[in-house]
Write a protein that binds this ligand. Sequence first.
Ligand code: DHB
Ligand code: FE
Length: 285
Amino acid sequence: MAEVVWGLATSHVPSIGAAMDRGKTETPDWRGLFDGYAPAREWLAQHRPDVAVVVYNDHANGIDLDVVPTFAIGTAEHYAVADEGFGRRPVPDVVGDADLSLHLVESLVDEGFDLTVFQELEVDHGLTVPLSVWTPDPGDAWPCPVVPLLVNVIQYPQPTAARCYALGQALGRAIASYPVDAKVAVLGTGGMSHQLAGARAGLINPEFDAMFLEAIEKDPEKLARIPRADYIRDAGSEGIEMIMWLIMRGAMNERVEKVHSHYFVPASNTAAAIALFDNRAPQDA
Ligand code: DHB
Ligand code: FE
């Protein structure tokens, strides 16, 4: 049977990918962010999974804004990297795992999560930047196949945090029932606090972010109870991306062990963070 071995939460700011692609990670502006990734990257390099589920949102690059599914999954064998207007990032295309995708669709629909299915999908910075945060030098291929799990966080009404956490719990059960011996990683992407447009553009809320970083490890149910409007008020109109971390966390055990976390302001307009959790911690009896 498959098992979730680790969970990684990470921001997916496009300029993090651009800094890597252009060799700027050692500049004074960026060093503080990338130095903070190092301990997580070292641990991740020693704990390669067989497959990863990446929970992310498309930003009108792979999916037209006229049709935004609340929750969706990719079932393809292969996902091309989208050109977001500045040329395609010089990173590998993403290899899928159609068998796991189909198992997850079936299990999650049976549990009442009526996912939209993408048999074809181009993936944007929401998915590729987290893969770069994990694996700075992928060479010809990312470390393992990927199943994209998409969430609408860009158009009202976004799903509630509670619904995301419940989806994560169902995802954990679905992975556990996959009849293949596979080590599965789950990534929750986006955040932390940021707002890209409007009167509050540039909003950063370190107090909210610190509370969220602590609770995602120890008390995710508290975060699941926060209403949608409070996420937007406290973390910004794009900070609500953090609800995707709850899907990652829901797929993990009640007790997880934090391997490493790092918080850095600003990456572009965003409070950027990474938080890595080992899911093999002993559980209370
Ligand atoms: C930025 C952050 C995001 O999460 C995103 O999707 C796009 C841009 C930013 O801070 O520039
Ligand atoms: Fe985003």
